[in-house]
Design a protein around this ligand. Sequence first.
Ligand code: SF4
Ligand code: SF4
Length: 330
Amino acid sequence: MAVSKNFKGKLLHITEPLNSLKKFPEIRRKSTETIQVNLGYRCNQACSHCHVDAGPNRKEQMTLTTLNLVFKYIDKWKIPILDLTGGAPELNDYFRHAVTEAVARGMQVIDRCNLTILSEIGQEELAPFLAKNGVHVVASLPCHSKTNVDRQRGAGIFELSIEGMRKLNAQGYGIAGSGLELDLVYNPQGASLPPNSETLAKEYKQILAGHDVFFNRLLTITNMPINRFRHQLEREGLLNEYMNMLRSGFTEENTTKVMCRALLSVSWDGHVFDCDFNQMLDLPVGGGDEAIHLSELINIPLSNNPIAVDTHCFGCTAGSGSSCSGALTN
Ligand code: SF4
Ligand code: SF4
């Protein structure tokens, strides 16, 4: 078994030999380009595949103190991209503060938006605010079919999502020449890998144009076998089959491109992880048993530190690969 050290110098037993594929191979961090901040688990939806287990009754929200710490870290390490996620990140009281602080620093800002939030009471000015600040909107729309979206996300969600896209399109999002990017996120309805993203994007564009809505890119994302989706697989007796499919689809090239190499994930309470999935599994950055707070890392470089991997990581490397930015290879 390979032995490595995390950034605190602790010995970690991370990998089996690669050819066994029982365990995920060791991978290490590069310099951090994206800080992905989970502003809280509250969401106006409660989707069946949600790996965050987000919903309307969740209370966890990032405080201003923790957000200020995030910006202290950003300033120290000169991180160029702020990726805001949740829950519905827009429901955090300091969402707009986070955006304007990042824009003032010249950062690229990504809002992981569920589209329906744009039609919630109190969010009437959200679309103009996002446009004014040039925020890159990455919006989940797991299918172009009303039936499938409503089955996965809840009754009426497809129509509300289209309404959200209309509000964004009205600001210029997804319209050529506006400079405002609206990307959609597709994830499979069940226990399968996403299809080729370019073919699917053409299909999405054609069908959604029939609803008079437009977008830039389609990002295809594999459902990770954790939390709500894992429980669904267990209920349906498909967990082993799904894990075998992810393992047998392992593509070594994708290990060089997985998002955790250049991304740092911060939870609503300021703890730090190699990615959002590890955050949900409570696997601290670099491995080890103890939770690590961002305040402990302000002066510690993370480049070349081992990434905390486990069997769920096969979800990122199977087939064309998967990340918050879509497929890793085509
Ligand atoms: S919209 Fe996103 S964060 Fe909210 S429940 Fe659905 S998948 Fe989870
Ligand atoms: S699950 Fe997270 S740690 Fe594992 S490969 Fe994917 S991004 Fe990296």
